[in-house]
Design a protein around this ligand. Structure first.
Ligand SMILES: Nc1ncnc2c1ncn2[C@@H]1O[C@H](COP(=O)(O)OP(=O)(O)OP(=O)(O)O)[C@@H](O)[C@H]1O
Length: 315
């Protein structure tokens, strides 16, 4: 693959301002703002129903905004769709593919519509689709369909790709192959916007993470800066019998530390981790005759940030 950048490159590949999308009385997107830098990889995270797909579909030109503006590569995705389509790649969660057509036939057909497509055979090999050549799309496994959809999205060497949960449901090997392909796209200068429910995927791939909740972007930064910017950075984690007195534990450790039971029997002491707070935690357990198991000091992860910001698990 080689760079897909054009000389007329703009600083932002996607510019969304005040986007509103309604379905009847339901407002799915409520004045959303987001600017995605050209050549960057942005992971869009959010709880179910947050408005991720609606936002991406407005960028792809599949949905018409009720208010606000969307510019993709400087173009309006609805009124300038004909100019935009050949320059972007779209991988949908499902649908959009003719069910009876054979896998590689379709890929070759789509490739033939572009002036400078990727090498189809290399793409097939890279995504492990060699065995699917003559199989109709509907007979492919879910994971194969997904990899084929990804291949279709990138074969035309787009400047920008939108990937909706590209690795959902894939086995570990296919997930790694997909990650490598996405990393290669980014290295080639392609702007990538992907939605995901996998925090490790966002942490591994993304330059920037956009957290969407209730139809708005509530945080947009690099995974590291998001983790650094939240209240406490580290925590002491351990397992012990459930139902321990969290107020007493918090007080015993240090003022400003907060103990939580994140799942039954899983404890986390949040705050500044020092030799003293660690010793106080184990001493408090010792006072109760309890052995804290799997004791560890952990850096805040994107998952903690997500929970802090949205108050919800990702799924
Ligand atoms: N075609 C539609 N008609 C009516 N309501 C819709 C439609 N599409 C989405 N919605 C609603 O709009 C809200 C946002 O949906 P959207 O699919 O954009 O969220 P999402 O963040 O992509 O969710 P998920 O993570 O579950 O895919 C949800 O409450 C959803 O039920």
């Amino acid at each position: 693959m080689h760079a897909a950048r054009r000389s007329s490159e703009r600083p932002y590949a996607v510019e969304i301002s005040g986007l509103v999308k309604r379905y009847g009385h339901k407002t799915a997107v409520q004045g959303l703002d987001l600017r995605v830098e050209t050549g960057s990889l942005t992971a869009v995270l959010g709880p179910n129903g947050a408005g991720k797909t609606s936002t991406i579909e407005c960028c792809e030109g599949y949905r018409r905004p009720d208010a606000g503006t969307v510019r993709v590569l400087g173009l309006d995705p609805i009124t300038e769709a004909a100019a935009l389509r050949p320059r972007i790649g779209v991988m949908l969660q499902s649908g959009g593919i003719y069910q009876a057509i054979r896998a590689t036939e379709m890929l070759r057909h789509v490739a033939s519509m572009y002036a400078d497509p990727l090498d189809v055979d290399a793409l097939i090999e890279r995504l492990g689709l060699d065995s699917c050549g003559r199989t109709p799309f509907r007979r492919l496994s879910g994971g194969q369909q997904q990899r084929l959809s990804l291949a279709l999205a990138v074969v035309g060497r787009p400047e920008l790709v939108f990937l909706d949960e590209p690795t959902a449901g894939l086995d570990v090997q296919a997930r790694h192959a997909t990650w490598e392909l996405i990393e290669q796209l980014r290295a080639d200068g392609v702007t990538v916007v992907l939605t995901t429910h996998l925090l490790d995927e966002a942490e591994r791939l993304a330059d920037k993470v956009a957290i969407i909740d209730s139809g708005r972007v509530i945080a947009y930064d690099s995974p590291q800066r998001l983790a650094d910017g939240t209240r406490s950075q580290d925590s002491i984690r351990f397992e012990a019998p459930s139902g321990m007195d969290l107020t007493a534990l918090s007080t015993a450790v240090a003022p400003g530390c907060k103990a939580v039971e994140s799942a039954p029997g899983s404890y986390r002491v949040e705050g500044e981790v020092t030799p003293d707070t660690l010793a106080a935690t184990t001493a408090w357990c010792a006072g109760l005759g309890i052995m804290p198991r799997n004791l560890a000091i952990e850096q805040r992860s994107l998952e903690d940030v997500f929970l802090d910001l949205t108050g919800r698990e990702l799924r």
